[in-house]
Design a protein around this ligand. Structure first.
Ligand SMILES: Cc1cc2nc3c(=O)[nH]c(=O)nc-3n(C[C@H](O)[C@H](O)[C@H](O)COP(=O)(O)OP(=O)(O)OC[C@H]3O[C@@H](n4cnc5c(N)ncnc54)[C@H](O)[C@@H]3O)c2cc1C
Length: 591
């Protein structure tokens, strides 16, 4: 294997096998057991509810300020909105039209930080073509907008805008219908695998001492007089309950914010409503283009985003007041996406082209009161009671700023002086040494008998933590083989997900640690049994438990497929609700 990788530099470098030592921020079964004891026995400065990007960011922010912090997540890291976004780190061109320059500047600063210092292994530049359809006014209008976008971005590691004639735009994106544009403008933003990024933020927090525990649901609050002094949690695997004491509790639960607020018994300062956004995933060869596309729609924009060997097309924007954990895409959502993208494609996309579909819920602020401390138009943070902070709204790109704001808001509840946020100087796990490893990729690939392409793929998922992944295959070369029916991933990645990345169920690996559920038309069905066997080795599953995991996953896929044939939200949600939860002890609803 990997003969192309054995030439040139690879043969000259005397590669010294680095001994990876214990993995930092390891989230495995032993850690999980020990963390339950810690949650029960210790007093924390900050207890974070929610393992989405905001909660994980808050845990990292607090831990790196020297605070003692724990995070509890009811399901899996990023299992809510943070695995279901458009995956862009961007300023948001539409905010420019609303003259929200401050917001755009803040988001672009975050984009730059991610690309250069904090997560260069996970966040990559991505090109977009904006097809022009109106003569005379549109080009200068878009050019001026993008010039401001670039200027607000300050230092930037992505190329600036480029203006294209119709012929030039069609050379870049031959898939476009000739009569769908009169020219185009190309610009760059950035993209990341959101679920992997969130999990990496959480593991980085664990590396700095935070307790990170998934399948741990907040089911009640502890009070002393009018003060919140902790929470009651339930282990969603065993049904066991315990109390956790903390000086301050941060509600970082996105679309569940109101539910947690109700559970706390107090009135919130703002409310959060959910808006559903659906994406479809199609094979890369179905749209011939060297660039992503951004298309104007009647109310917003539609993105066609390059994603490995695929395109992600999205998104919709409709209100949702049904099951928050399982937003369901309908036939109407899918038809809207196909119809919209087909207005510009020379060869239309059909339903049969779709490899995957996913739906997520935007946590939008609603009903803010005057007392709300509004740190920006995009997110709100408030000390809703002594000892309880709520933060919501915003977007993925600005999670680090939101996290810092949430911890700042908790300062009055914390004993002693609290250091300012330093997360703009804290690279995520795997970032240190990443660039050097990219240059050494051929040699490292040869060392492990892998194709350099495969090694680079691993580096973009794990960065310098790749050593810990590959070390698991020492003496077990069979783990360096691809996952059957999902060859983009190696078997060792599944083992690593269970032993180091906190994956507890088949769906955690098939939908978030890998993206097999949206990248393959079989949606994970064809490899579920193999993946269960690999996970089961680490998690101690017997044959019955492996069987149960596979059955639950297959039921989930079947329910999602069924829901996607339904005409409306209510019918689709009913179909989706037919599948059982993987976490046997989860309370839905929580109160
Ligand atoms: C379709 C769509 C596209 C988007 N695209 C982009 C984009 O391209 N770029 C961008 O910047 N932003 C984007 N966003 C916005 C972004 O994804 C969200 O703002 C962000 O992911 C929200 O993160 P969060 O941590 O607040 O919420 P979540 O990720 O939902 O996390 C909340 C967590 O709280 C947990 N929880 C709930 N109840 C409990 C309990 N009782 N106990 C313990 N845990 C609990 C949940 O399980 C969940 O994991 C998009 C959003 C959508 C819906």
């Amino acid at each position: 294997m990997g003969s192309e990788g054995l030439g040139g530099a690879a043969q000259q470098v005397q590669w010294e096998q680095p001994h990876p030592g214990p993995a930092p921020g390891r989230l495995g079964p032993a850690q999980r057991a020990a963390d339950w004891e810690r949650l029960r026995d210790e007093l924390f400065d900050i207890l974070v509810i929610g393992g989405g990007v905001v909660g994980s960011g808050a845990a990292l922010d607090a831990a790196t300020r020297g605070l003692k912090v724990a995070l509890v997540e009811a399901r899996d890291l990023a299992s809510g909105t943070s695995s279901r976004s458009s995956k862009l780190f961007h300023g948001g061109l539409r905010y420019l039209e609303q003259l929200e320059f401050g917001l755009v500047r803040e988001a672009l600063r975050e984009r730059e930080l991610m690309l250069t210092r904090l997560a260069p292994h996970l966040v990559k530049p991505v090109s977009f073509l904006y097809p022009l359809t109106h003569r005379i006014w549109e080009r200068p209008y878009v050019a001026a907008g993008l010039a401001i976008y670039q200027t607000l971005g300050g230092d930037r590691s992505v190329p600036g805008q480029a203006h294209l004639t119709r012929a030039g735009a069609l050379r870049l994106a031959p898939a476009l219908r000739r009569d769908s544009l009169i020219g185009g403008v190309r610009y760059f933003d950035a993209i990341a695998d959101d679920a992997r990024h969130t999990m990496t933020v959480a593991r980085t927090a664990a590396q700095y001492g935070a307790v990170i525990r998934t399948s741990t649901q907040v089911v009640g609050f502890r009070r002393e007089a009018d003060r919140i002094c902790g929470v009651r949690v339930r282990d969603c695997e065993t049904g066991q309950e315990a109390d956790i004491e903390a000086h301050a509790v941060l509600n970082c639960t996105g679309v569940w914010t109101d539910e947690i607020q109700r559970l706390s018994g107090g009135r919130g300062r703002f409310r959060v409503r959910a808006s559903k956004g659906v994406h479809i995933v199609v094979p890369r060869d179905r749209i011939v283009s060297e660039s992503g596309l951004i298309l104007r729609t009647a109310t917003s924009v539609l993105f066609v985003i390059p994603w490995r060997n695929h395109w992600i097309v999205g998104t919709t924007d409709t209100g949702w007041n049904l099951d928050l954990a399982h937003p369901a895409a309908t036939r109407a959502d899918i038809e809207y996406l196909l119809d919209t993208v087909n207005t510009v494609l020379a060869t239309p996309l059909y339903e049969e082209d779709i490899e995957g579909v996913y739906a997520g819920l935007r946590p939008l602020l609603a009903g803010e009161s005057e007392e709300t401390s509004r740190l920006s138009r995009e997110h709100a943070v408030a000390r809703v009671a002594p000892g309880l902070i709520a933060i919501a709204g915003g977007k993925y790109t600005t999670y680090r700023v939101m996290a810092a704001d949430a911890v700042d808001a908790a300062v009055p509840d914390l004993p002693g002086r609290v250091a300012p946020s330093i997360t703009d100087k804290v690279p995520l796990l795997g970032a240190d040494g990443y660039h050097a490893l990219v240059n050494q990729a051929d040699a490292l690939a040869a060392r492990h008998g892998l194709h350099p392409y495969r090694l680079r793929h691993l580096l973009d998922r794990y960065g310098s933590a790749v050593h810990h992944v590959l070390a698991l295959a020492t003496g077990r070369r069979e783990l360096l083989a691809p996952v059957p029916e999902a060859p983009d991933y190696l078997k060792v990645e599944v083992v690593h997900a269970a032993s180091h990345e906190g994956a507890l169920h088949l769906e955690d690996v098939l939908t978030r640690r890998t993206r097999i559920s949206i990248e393959y038309p079989h949606r994970g069905e064809a490899c579920a049994a193999d993946v269960a066997d690999l996970m089961g080795e680490v998690l101690g599953w017997d044959a019955a438990q492996r069987h149960r995991e596979v059955e639950i996953y297959l039921a989930r896929v079947a329910a999602e497929r069924d829901s996607q044939r339904e005409p409306d939200d209510s019918a689709a949600a009913t179909r989706r609700a037919g599948a059982p939860e993987a976490r046997p002890g989860l309370l839905t609803p929580v109160s």
